[in-house]
Design a protein around this ligand. Sequence first.
Ligand code: NAP
Length: 208
Amino acid sequence: MTAIGVMGGTFDPIHFGHLRAAEEVLQGFGLERVIFVPAGMPPHKPLSEVTSPEHRYMMAKLATADHPRFDVSPVEIQREGPSYTLDTLRELKQTICKDKKLYFITGFDAILEVHTWNGYKQLFDLADFIAVTRPGYSVEAFLTLEKFLGPECFSKVHPFPVTLLAIASREIRRRVREGESIRYLVPEPVRLYIEKHGLYSATAGDMG
Ligand code: NAP
């Protein structure tokens, strides 16, 4: 059975850290492709703090356009209400990922909270989880997850150290707000999109 990676994140904005992580997971796990899924309404974040889903989706499209095995799905931005990963995996499994093994890929810190996610036990019937991390991640923090998940679900969580790229979306937003360059932190089409739409700038009161 071939396997597909589902790369979940807020991607506000998408940057080279995300893209490089996806590339290394694609190769490391021998995936057929990686589908980026920008969260529509991240369940655990105040909506006012997140840029509109359409902008985040468009930036993900621009960032992945030149990769033959990267796609972007609008599944979460088209669905009403909070973007629960459980709903997303169900929908993908019933539609474009039929008969495929799924790996949900996201940041290590986000995965450490997976036991608090909606219907988390059912999540593990649908997918394995890849927690992308930097070399030197806290093994201790990871092992505490077993206490919450139990051995069966825990065995389906795979920490995966990727090349150290200390890029964070929050830092990119700060740089734009303070008029600093973000060149070479994001793909150039994403940088131009941010500039064109005035995203993250101090005067952009409305992030949408
Ligand atoms: P977050 O809390 O914003 O991110 C935590 C850390 O992980 C940050 O350092 C972040 O860096 C990094 N990160 C996030 N996505 C990544 C990715 N795909 N690859 C590499 N690093 C990544 O996490 P989030 O983006 O809101 O949520 C992550 C995923 O978990 C989303 O798909 C979200 O929908 C899902 N989630 C689901 C539930 C639920 O179903 N109840 C609850 C929480 C989260 P950057 O800021 O640089 O990206």
